[in-house]
Design a protein around this ligand. Structure first.
Ligand code: DGY
Length: 323
């Protein structure tokens, strides 16, 4: 029997690519150059499975290409706001993602950004790299204490809960959360967490606000000028979710004018473009979308895609089906 044809849009960890080569008639992307819309359309017409990632915009236009051969889109990533899910559904395509395996590493990056922002780590490193450090001073780069402070989580899914564990059990932080559904009682009790009835309540009480909601139209600019003004002047905003959850222009204004003390960002509106306003500010720690960037996690993400398409080709329900 001939092998199924799969097309991978970006370079993946070598050990997962080796498995793909064994199992499928695979087209890998050695150059790692993102595919154009036309190339993505062609991939849907020529392969049984398209394996994109969070940087590929799989739009309704691409999905509606004539004469599709593909029946499944196995996204390499837990977030799937890069795919027009309604259009995929309308086209009868199955879409899967890669949950669970990146929970802890993404929560680690959120905690890292929280600490970097609170303790002014990026500023400190710049001081040294720019050869401007003249020695220890009692008043130099004074940041804020993290231990015992209030962490407000917007969204309370797996990654938020993993961050809450690290923050509560490791740093003695008090946990507030705002989420559409009520989590299991044992989780709330273990974290001694308090649910806020409104986003406004969380924003005005927390010392650190960390975003953990999905991206997309429903959460676009959830954090806007009006809401940033509700935060404490000493508070920090952390975003490891999706860039478009925050109105970048409003955040730049808030950081410039001191409505809040700092921010730590791993994701950006329209990334990889970054609003140049951020680059001029000292009180923002910037990382290049590193949430899941560990060897273990990226291999596990690839394996998750492999398991999803293998189940689909075997006529079974893929474990991580989103539509
Ligand atoms: C995801 O998986 O959604 C991340 O943003 C990339 O790891």
């Amino acid at each position: 029997m001939s092998k199924q044809k799969v097309i991978v849009t970006r370079k993946w960890p070598a050990e997962v690519e080796a498995q793909l080569k064994d199992l499928y008639d695979v087209h890998l992307n050695e150059s790692d150059i993102p595919m154009s819309a036309d190339e993505l359309k062609c991939a849907l017409q020529t392969a049984d499975a398209l394996l994109p990632t969070v940087t590929d915009q799989i739009t309704a236009d691409i999905l509606s290409v004539e004469n599709k051969r593909a029946k499944i889109i196995g996204n390499f990533g837990v977030g799937y706001n890069n795919i027009d899910i309604n259009a995929a559904k309308a086209q009868g395509l199955v879409v899967t993602n890669t949950p669970h395996v990146l929970t802890d590493c993404t929560a680690d990056i959120a905690m890292l950004l929280l600490l970097m922002s609170a303790r002014r780590a990026s500023e400190g490193e710049r001081l040294i790299r720019n050869k401007k450090w003249t020695g220890w001073k009692p008043t130099q780069l004074i940041g804020q204490k993290v231990t015992g402070k209030i962490l407000g989580l917007i969204g309370f899914g797996r990654i938020a809960q993993a961050m809450a564990k690290k923050a509560h059990h490791g740093f003695g932080m008090k946990i507030l959360f705002y989420a559409p559904s009520q989590p299991a009682q044992n989780i709330v009790e273990d974290l001694q967490a308090t649910r806020c009835e409104t986003l406004e309540e969380l924003l005005s009480e927390a010392n650190f606000v960390s975003l953990h909601c999905p991206g997309g139209e429903a959460t676009r600019h959830l954090i806007n000028e009006q809401r940033l003004k509700l935060m404490r002047p000493s508070a920090h905003l952390i975003n490891t979710a999706r860039g478009d959850v925050v109105d970048s222009k409003a955040l730049i204004k808030a950081l410039k004018e001191g409505w809040i003390a700092g921010a730590g960002l791993d994701v950006y509106e329209g990334e990889p473009a970054i609003d140049p306003g951020f680059l001029e500010l000292d009180n923002v720690a910037l990382l290049p979308h590193l949430g899941s960037a560990t060897e273990e996690t990226r291999v596990a993400m690839g394996n998750r895609v492999l398991a999803n398409i293998a189940a689909f080709f075997a006529g079974e329900e893929p474990g991580d089906r989103v539509v």
